[in-house]
Design a protein around this ligand. Sequence first.
Ligand code: FE2
Ligand code: FE2
Length: 275
Amino acid sequence: MRVAFIGDIVGRPGRRIIKENLSKLRDEFNIDFVIANGENASHGFGLTIKNCDELLKCGIDCITGGNHTFDKKKDMFLLLETKPVLRPDNYPKGLTGTGVKVFEVKKLDETIEKLAVVNLMGQFSMPTCENPFNWGTEVIKELKEEGVENIFVDFHAEATSEKRTAFMMFKEDISALCGTHTHVGTDDLQIVDGCAYLTDIGLTGCRDNVIGIDKKIPIQKAKTGIGGHFEVPSSCKSILQIMVVDIEEGNAVKSFKIKKLCDKKELSITEAWND
Ligand SMILES: [Fe+2]
Ligand SMILES: [Fe+2]
């Protein structure tokens, strides 16, 4: 199956570039299933019911989250119970929702295959959560015992080393691990031991500001030490970034990253190196 993963969608510019391009790209690249991180999709903070519905209609099949998942708490509690929306699984026990879902993916050739999406959160500079490495090990073991081979992990973390550590720990048992949260894409797409890996996919949203947020406040804060309310710019140059992975019997066999800029016709495509 061919799975696509989109990193943190930031505000209206992020939603707009998805609306304008995703269904076309889904067809062009024969994508079977789309996962997207939506923790910043509504005004840069959290996800509302309205924006969630809008994204699902654009061709996203599953929405993952992170440290901003509960910024729009009321809407999110409902979404976690009713929609294909995940929050990091290692949030403290007892919280609404889950970070693990198994989907029956109907492929373009009409056959059906299972795909597990796992959402975990790192610990450096993040809200209180359970150890993601031990937690992830348990979750992946349970999925394998249930016979689920195709496993895609969104590892939401600030530190690149945490994402890399998770990859080294899980790579033999999962199909892909992609990092989210920093909103800055890294240049290390690779396949090792049948697992596709990218430290961070980078944002989908404004590319000419500061991690999708209007640069005025971050610059003011840098100069004076005094911050303010972060806003998503109303107009900007945007980017859509997608990691694509071909999975066969639980193993990644091919991976590439697509970048679409709002003002350029041609796509930029980078192939993974294969170790
Ligand atoms: Fe984010
Ligand atoms: Fe985040």
